[in-house]
Design a protein around this ligand. Structure first.
Ligand code: EPU
Length: 432
């Protein structure tokens, strides 16, 4: 398994270009299954999860052309199977996003039920209940979710999510666009990725409004068509680079981003003392920190509040802030796996249930550590960049799932980071 060797203590300086959002590209690629015509997606990040999603589309019978590395032209004309097998789902939970479009267009879908993963149990009961509300018959057969629309087509209905779910909302949006009649999704997720998917679906001919608010209304249509769409910038990658500038006391210009998509992160980091200037609608200048960093509490919540996907990176930064900060994780029950690794590097963090109390500022020193999931890996990279000495991060296949060219991007702004490649086959058994 590949490792990163990082020699810390270098201030990062220069310009970083943000890639397309993984969590938007994943549902947008799934949405290409809704039409036999060609859908072209630009700004798709070249990361492992997107390679897996492409493989899923190809296994189903779609043709995927990539005239450029970040452009995917998908034609799902000759879909031959309606199944996402365990081998794929176990490596990437987002494969469940195939359920909605397959069910909508073909009236049938079979997707292996994802198990728990490193950050929590992560059931998909809310997706399945919503499909039933749209008239699907859903059963569990030998570990697979089998869903059918009895008359071949789903029926528009009211869907009320008990809990906000991002991929659940996306799955129902994709299921409802071809359903007969009107669907209203209540308590929908409001993440920018939902709005991006809605924009693509509307370009394909769907009639969907309200995305980005808790109520989404969808008027089902008879068919969807070819479209071209550019994926939004990755807000979590943006936040991660803001923290990279801050934790190294450097200065980064972050371009091709969308500051409006990460207001809560920007505001919270400003409260701690990070200087973030919006130099245009798509670029930020981050400096840190003339007056030092101060510990501030944070609680993760669905958008527009502070995202769980920035919690681990924020915690790494708080180890370098003066005073105490209380980090409360409300989305996933097991998302503090980075704590024990940060502890090995010298952090002083106490965990109790879903709360971690960081006592700063503690000097960090390089150590061998192990990544446990995508965002935990990012927090270890950040800690290593500010630590004295060498950090060897194992299991970096986690970071390869969602950060495009991270080694190249960090090196280009002065980080001393190197990938140590192990020639043995990768055994990524975790599914996030
Ligand atoms: N939940 C249920 N039942 C369901 C669905 C969700 O109980 O049927 C619970 C989950 O267990 C969790 C909460 O609801 O406690 C929210 O989960 P959600 O469904 O919103 O998460 P997700 O859709 O599986 C997406 C992102 C995650 C991100 C979360 C929260 C994608 C592909 N994944 O996951 O991204 O953390 O939303 O914002 O969009 C990452 O990129 O590192 C990552 C994990």
């Amino acid at each position: 398994m590949d490792k990163f060797l990082i020699r810390g203590g270098k201030q990062l300086r220069g310009k970083v270009v943000i890639s397309g959002a993984k969590n938007s590209a994943l549902p947008c690629l799934a949405a290409t299954l809704l039409t036999p015509e060609t859908v072209t997606l630009h700004n798709v990040p070249y990361v492992k999860d997107l390679i897996t999603q492409r493989r899923l589309l190809e296994d189903l019978g779609a043709t995927v052309l990539t005239p450029e590395l970040q452009t995917h032209k998908v034609t799902a004309k000759n879909i031959e199977t309606f199944e996402a097998p365990y081998e794929l789902v176990k490596t990437m939970r987002a494969s469940v996003l195939a359920l909605g479009p397959l069910l909508a267009r073909f009236g049938k879908a079979k997707v292996s039920l994802p198990g728990g993963c490193a950050i929590g149990t992560r059931p998909i009961d809310l997706h399945l209940k919503a499909f039933e509300q749209l008239g699907a018959v859903v059963s569990l057969e030998s570990g697979d979710v089998v869903a059918r629309a009895p008359k071949g087509r789903l029926i528009g209905s009211d869907v009320n999510f008990e809990k906000v779910t991002v991929t659940g909302t996306e799955n129902v949006m994709m299921a409802a666009v071809l359903a007969k009649g009107k669907t209203t999704i209540h308590n929908a997720a409001c993440e920018p990725e939902i709005e991006d998917l809605a924009e693509l679906l509307n370009k394909m001919g769907a009639r969907l409004k309200g995305a980005g608010t808790p109520t989404i209304e969808i008027e089902g249509v008879e068919g969807l068509y070819s479209a071209e769409h550019t994926i939004i910038p990755d807000r979590i990658e943006t936040g991660t680079f803001i923290v990279a500038a801050a934790i190294t006391g450097g200065e980064l210009e972050i371009t091709h981003c969308q500051p409006n998509h990460l207001r809560a992160v920007i505001e919270k980091l400003r409260e701690t003392g990070v200087e973030i200037e919006e130099i245009s609608q798509s670029s930020l200048l981050v400096k840190c920190c003339a007056k030092g960093l101060n510990g501030k509490d944070v609680t993760t919540e669905p958008h527009p509040h502070f995202p769980t996907d920035m919690q681990a990176q924020y915690m790494a930064l708080m180890t370098q802030a003066t005073g105490q900060s209380i980090v409360t994780e409300t989305i996933f029950e097991n998302r503090f796996m980075h704590v024990s690794e940060l502890f090995r590097m010298g952090a002083n963090i106490q965990v109790s249930g879903n709360t971690a109390v960081v006592h700063g500022k503690t000097p960090l020193s390089g150590a061998p550590v192990q990544a446990s999931d995508l965002r935990a890996s990012a927090s270890l990279v950040l800690a290593a960049l500010s630590a004295e000495g060498e950090t060897l991060i194992d299991r970096v296949y986690h970071i390869d799932r969602g950060y495009e060219n991270i080694v190249k991007k960090l090196s280009s702004v002065g980080a001393d980071i190197q990938r140590i490649t192990d020639n043995l086959a990768m055994t990524a058994e975790e599914n996030i």
